[in-house]
Write a protein that binds this ligand. Structure first.
Ligand SMILES: [Zn+2]
Length: 444
């Protein structure tokens, strides 16, 4: 099908909404009507790239592919079906790896294998669970909405040193390694999140129940600060997606919920004075990197739109349920976001080797289903999860399986996954004191 012959149908609207923002620099694409989008797309490609675009539809899904004047083939995007309930993208960064490092290239394949084993992939679920493939990497401009261009350029330059030396350390303030593929693979990981934002936002225009997105990506992102990498993180995937949602889709108010066991200091820094991005982090008190104190509430116009809740070591399912009901839900309801993005770290699990909280698969099931419900209530269901930490491959993959089941509204498999015998008593009175203090500070 020729692009210039695209019909004014729901399919082409959906296709253009997913496709245009990533390739053509148009601010606030959502404000254009269908004809304007198609015209902009034709103009840009005719004048700048001279691609031969082909759009094909199969069943309820569509694909865009193209070749340029030199015959170079480019395959762009799978356009998700309208009735998908989960969209996910996979960026395992196989070349970004260091022997015996907890943030290893085994993590994403372990999750994908578990999804397969528990019949949660499209092979078993048809169009209900859809994997986005051939998504484009994030551009340097996308990354530069959060990170200093000098850092991005410096990292790209460092790749030749990494090629010579095999592995290098790219940061003095946290143990972050790089290999010769780190730069490119980190762009792909960030791009995986942006494609999900495109698709979820686009689906929310036509459906009251759009799919929820999950970017199964690494390297993780929430420690990466605007000026550099930190704590296994290269680019702030979720921060880049938040700015992208604002800039490209015109969604001005973004809520970021970060339930990784560590404080998402990079995301926190990126939006510390921004009143339109609410950053809410739960983490273990005293854990890496030591930031995220209750008193850190944002500054300037952003005062009050950062909420840090450091939980005492040993906190688990009960404490987190209280946190959700008494802090996360009322905060979200008051802020009224246009989209909810989630830094989904699974290292607060009781079996995780890097920390000392006592979450279980059941805790993650509760969080996934409650956050999905919040998104439905507050922002037309627009919600995308981003993988952050989680270093015990079994508890990581089981917890993501239960997250998917929560998204689908199917019963939790926690009784099968969790062993209550390994849990010890939660420090409930201490946890409640912290919750009360946060509620007081934020007038909740
Ligand atoms: Zn973590």
């Amino acid at each position: 099908m020729e692009l210039r012959a695209l019909p004014s149908s729901a399919l082409s609207e959906h296709l253009i909404s997913c496709f245009v923002p990533r390739y053509i620099k148009i601010k606030n694409i959502c404000k254009l009507n269908l004809e304007e989008k198609a015209a902009a797309m034709r103009r840009s490609f005719d004048q700048l790239l001279r691609f031969n675009l082909r759009c094909s539809a199969k069943g309820d899904s569509a694909t865009v592919s193209a070749s340029n004047a030199h015959g170079m083939e480019l395959s762009f995007s799978n356009i998700p079906p309208h009735d998908a309930r989960i969209l996910y993208s996979v960026a395992p960064s196989m070349g970004h790896n260091k022997e015996n490092h907890p943030e290893s290239n085994l993590r994403v394949p372990a999750i994908v294998n578990a999804l397969e084993a528990f019949e949660l992939t499209s092979k078993y679920r048809g169009l209900e669970v859809f994997e986005m493939q051939n998504f484009p990497p994030a551009s340097v401009d996308d990354i530069a909405r959060v990170h200093a261009r000098a850092y991005v350029a410096g990292l790209e330059k460092a790749m030749s040193k990494a090629t010579d030396e095999g592995i290098i350390f790219i940061d003095g303030s946290g143990p972050t390694y790089a290999t010769e593929t780190t730069f490119q693979e980190s762009l792909i990981a960030a791009g995986a999140g942006l494609s999900l934002v495109d698709s979820v936002v686009s689906a929310s225009i036509n459906s009251p129940n759009p799919p929820i997105g999950f970017a199964l990506i690494r390297p993780p992102g929430h420690h990466a600060i605007p000026n550099g990498p930190m704590g296994f993180c290269v680019f702030g995937n979720i921060a880049v997606a938040a700015r992208y949602a604002q800039h490209v889709h015109g969604l001005s108010r973004v809520l970021i919920i970060d339930f990784d066991v560590h404080h998402g200091n990079g995301t926190c820094d990126a939006f510390y004075d921004d009143p339109n991005v609410f950053f809410l982090s739960t983490h273990q008190v005293g854990s890496y990197p030591g930031t995220g104190k209750i008193e850190q509430v944002g500054q300037g116009k952003g005062e009050g739109t950062t909420l840090n809740l450091p939980l005492p070591g040993g906190s688990g399912d009960y404490a987190m349920r209280c946190v959700f009901d008494e802090v996360i839900a009322p905060c979200a309801q008051r802020f009224k976001p246009d989209i909810i993005l989630v830094s989904a770290g699974y290292d607060a699990h009781v079996l995780d080797p890097l920390a000392g909280l006592q979450f279980t698969a059941g805790t993650y099931y509760m969080l996934a289903s409650s956050i999905k419900q919040l998104a439905k209530e507050l922002c037309k269901g627009r919600c995308v999860f981003f993988l952050e930490g989680g270093y015990n491959l079994q508890s990581l993959s089981h917890s993501v399986v239960d997250t998917f089941r929560a998204f689908l509204g199917e019963p939790s498999l926690a009784p099968e996954f969790d062993d209550p015998a390994i849990l010890y008593e939660e420090p409930l009175s201490k946890a409640k004191q912290v919750i009360q203090k946060v509620k007081h500070l934020h007038s909740l």
